[in-house]
Write a protein that binds this ligand. Structure first.
Ligand SMILES: [Zn+2]
Length: 317
């Protein structure tokens, strides 16, 4: 009785959630299961609870981008028009648009921008915290392996320990991580693997024992790496911890999904010749319908057909 009395409602509901999840997963392919799992837990849903504040530094996601992001989130194809099987970058493309989020060679600059933005957000949060001083971005490790260039370094004010951080966005869509979704769907396997890779890269390469390393890894669908999460919890603690850390995690989450919406829009346009969706149109069409909005006003009653030569044209649907 005593044990039961101490169990929280969350503990009690866990088996029910696991059973419901198992029922849903049983009907899904591993690929879809991995996508759905990647959207659950580990802070992956923070962008959906962000108040839409305006401005460049705000968390507002414009309508068309929001619709594209939600389609990805729900596992729906970003557009009702299927992409060609081979992307312009030379790699295979999938109907779910995941190719553009990490693997597409045509989107390298966008992915680099996202990476730099994440580093900037973490640096900004550390600068706002009284626990940290001397926060630098892209400082070179003075000794050790010459080629190392961690994304940021900061000094812990009380202990004087210098922390090096390296940021990364890992894709939970590789064959290995998709297979992991069969046995441990809620484990952020892609982030764990990337964190381990980063840690081994810096292991033994830091200039002194007063220097430590932390990975700063998010999965492409938003789950936070466990080592990253632990470090942020320890580093941005204190009385205002809910403020600084929660704001950082929300902003990173929003940045990820803004970037994804952009990646899909640019990817479909540049790689397949499918027009960029305008702000006032319905991105990709209503879910499940054969419909695409574009540049020529109201498309009601028409469905799109796409030639494999890369041009989009219409005929009555
Ligand atoms: Zn590509």
């Amino acid at each position: 009785m005593g044990g039961e009395a101490r169990a929280s409602q969350r503990d009690l509901s866990r088996p029910a959630h696991a059973a419901a999840r198992a029922r849903i997963y049983a009907e899904l392919s591993l690929w879809r299961r991995a996508g759905m799992a990647a959207c659950q837990g580990g802070g992956a849903a923070l962008w959906l609870s962000a108040l839409p504040t305006p401005g460049v530094t705000g968390t507002f996601i414009p309508g068309a981008a929001m619709r594209a992001a939600v389609r990805l989130w729900l596992g729906a194809p970003p557009r009702s028009v299927p992409p060609a099987p081979l992307c312009r970058c030379g790699r295979g493309a999938d109907a779910d648009g995941r190719h553009f989020l990490s693997a597409c060679g045509e989107q390298t600059s966008l992915h680099t921008r996202l990476h730099h933005h994440l580093v900037h957000l973490v640096a900004e949060a550390l600068r706002a915290s009284p626990s940290w001083t001397d926060v630098q971005v892209e400082a070179v490790v003075a000794r050790g392996r010459g080629a190392l260039r961690p994304d940021l370094r900061a000094t812990h004010a009380a202990s004087g320990v210098v922390v090096w951080g390296d940021a990364s966005v890992s894709a939970p869509f590789t064959d290995a991580t998709v297979a992991m979704a069969a046995v441990a769907p809620l484990r952020a396997a892609a982030a764990v693997a990337r964190e381990a890779l980063k840690a081994s890269k810096y292991d033994g390469a830091l200039p002194a024992t007063t220097h430590t390393f932390t990975p700063l890894v998010w999965e492409a669908f938003g789950r936070i790496g466990p080592a990253t999460s632990r470090w942020l919890r320890d580093s941005l603690g204190g009385p205002d911890r809910s403020g600084v850390r929660a704001t950082l995690l929300r902003r990173v989450s929003v940045a990820l999904w803004r970037s994804h919406a952009r990646a899909v829009s640019v990817g479909y346009s540049r790689c397949f010749g499918i027009p960029v969706v305008g702000e006032n149109s319905v991105a990709g069409g209503p879910l499940g319908a054969v419909y695409v909005a574009g540049r020529v006003g109201d498309w009601g009653g028409f469905g799109p057909r796409r030639s494999w030569l890369g041009r989009v044209y219409l005929r009555p649907g």
